[in-house]
Design a protein around this ligand. Structure first.
Ligand SMILES: *[C@@H]1O[C@H](CO)[C@@H](O)[C@H](O)[C@H]1NC(C)=O
Ligand SMILES: *[C@@H]1O[C@H](CO)[C@@H](O)[C@H](O)[C@H]1NC(C)=O
Ligand SMILES: *[C@@H]1O[C@H](CO)[C@@H](O)[C@H](O)[C@H]1NC(C)=O
Ligand SMILES: *[C@@H]1O[C@H](CO)[C@@H](O)[C@H](O)[C@H]1NC(C)=O
Length: 407
């Protein structure tokens, strides 16, 4: 995100730089036009001056570009430094064996499995398997987590089975301590990555008598959580594990562990459908004659979800689901047969065809609906004929929408 913001900033500086040189080409251009009737030497000197100004601009642009590149480099170096000391919280990587239901960020496709794993606390945690931490523990001895040296990430267990921290107030003197520490906020979803949550210690009927140091939490594949515990604010405070969440360890992959009251937990089937918004609509602002392998609809009116690429004319399905497409043309000369085809994954699947005589023009709109996997490509080709459009006619168009998303 930082990089994108920077790139925008660079563009802004580059484009606004035209102002720092004497006379921008636009205004000069107008003056030159007005000089057509002037004597030759006057015109010539004007042209020379114009060239000088352009050269100046070029130099300034180069300088700006260099500056921007230096800046980008600096930021990269900073980021690397942060990585090495481990303070960086990268949230875009996902666990190994990614499948379609992973909410991975498509901007970082190059990151290798290995480097993902190396930084992923889901693969590097310490087991915290102490019965006394459980909410139903009857331990008489009181423990204090302030006396422990906390390092890295932890996963809570009870007799070898995974547990979660309670998301509710646990009364005092439970969990083998005086003031049990519970998570004052919901556990994250997998797509949230690493989140920071407040921790409360309950004491004397006050649920948050102690506001302990916040901790980091991450949800891992397989319905378990890892926590980055830190020394609590005082003694006797200790991190608590909720015995009722034992059930969560039995949830399948296509289930998640849910609770309304945060006391009773159950495995619930994950929602099969979700609702990414993907819609696009683009037009070609000129006429097309004869065979055009891929029409590059360059005037983009709508591109929600960024599935359509105006440079290539290709729509690439960002998610798996049911899509509807439409494309239209207006035949420019009826003595030819005009054929436009919708091409899905390199198969020609739907045609918009016109042939009419005597000479006239007719517009044609075709629809197609289909199931697509993520990454499927869709574009329009003109096989023959002539399609007419100008910059404002919106007669040669291509659009589509995601109707139903599959997980
Ligand atoms: C991940 O995939 C590899 C093969 O690609 C397989 O050997 C391994 O068991 C898988 N791991 C999990 C956790 O599914
Ligand atoms: C706490 O709950 C677990 C799981 O239900 C049970 O096995 C254990 O005996 C309980 N402990 C106490 C002290 O009640
Ligand atoms: C969920 O996954 C299990 C196997 O892990 C499978 O038997 C079950 O049919 C799946 N349920 C749904 C609704 O996909
Ligand atoms: C239509 O096409 C025919 C055959 O190619 C050509 O003779 C005619 O001039 C064209 N008319 C227009 C209006 O472009």
């Amino acid at each position: 995100m930082k990089m994108v913001a920077l790139a925008v900033a660079v563009l802004v500086t580059l484009s606004s730089c035209a102002l720092c040189c004497p006379g921008s080409p636009n205004t000069k251009g107008k003056e030159l036009w007005a000089m057509k009737d002037q004597p030759m030497d006057v015109q010539l000197s004007a042209v020379l001056k114009e060239m000088e100004s352009l050269r100046c601009e070029q130099t300034t642009l180069q300088q700006q570009q260099q500056k921007a590149l230096n800046q980008i480099h600096k930021i990269r170096v900073q980021e690397q430094d942060q990585d090495s000391v481990g303070t960086h919280t990268l949230t875009y990587f996902s666990a190994a064996n990614a499948t379609e239901d992973d909410e991975e960020d498509p901007h970082f496709p190059e990151e290798t499995e290995m480097s993902k794993r190396r930084r992923d606390p889901c693969f590097h945690f310490t087991v915290l398997d102490q019965d006394w931490r459980a909410t139903n523990s009857s331990s008489k001895v009181k423990m204090c987590d302030r006396n422990l040296k906390w390092k890295g990430w932890y996963r809570l267990y009870y007799k070898g089975k995974s547990l979660q921290m309670p998301e509710r107030c646990v009364s005092a003197n439970k969990c083998g301590t005086h003031a049990p520490l519970w998570l004052a906020g919901p556990h994250p979803k997998r797509r949230d990555g690493i989140v920071t949550r407040n921790v409360c210690g309950s004491w004397k009927k006050k649920c948050c008598a102690f506001r302990s140091t916040p901790i980091k939490v991450k949800k891992c594949r397989g319905n378990y959580f890892v926590y980055k515990f830190t020394p609590p604010a005082a003694c006797y405070l200790a991190y608590c594990s909720d015995i009722n969440t034992l059930i969560c360890g039995r949830c399948r992959r296509n289930q998640s562990c849910v609770s309304r009251d945060k006391i009773n937990w159950r495995c619930k089937r994950k929602k099969r459908f979700s609702s990414r918004k993907i819609h696009f609509f683009a037009s070609f602002p000129g006429s097309l004659v004869g065979k055009v392998n891929r029409i590059k609809y360059s005037k983009v009116l709508v591109n929600v979800g960024r599935g359509y690429n105006r440079k290539t004319g290709v729509f690439r399905a960002p998610v798996k689901g049911v899509y509807q497409f439409f494309f239209s043309s207006m035949s420019g000369n009826s003595s030819h047969k005009t054929d436009l085809w919708l091409v899905v994954n390199n198969y020609w699947v739907a045609v918009s065809s016109t042939r009419i005589s005597p000479i006239s023009s007719v517009s044609s709109l075709s629809h197609y609906m289909t199931f697509l996997r993520r990454g499927a490509t869709v574009y329009v080709t003109q096989n023959s004929g002539k399609s007419w459009a100008n910059t404002v006619s919106t007669t040669i168009t291509f659009g589509g929408s995601l109707l139903v998303q599959y997980k």
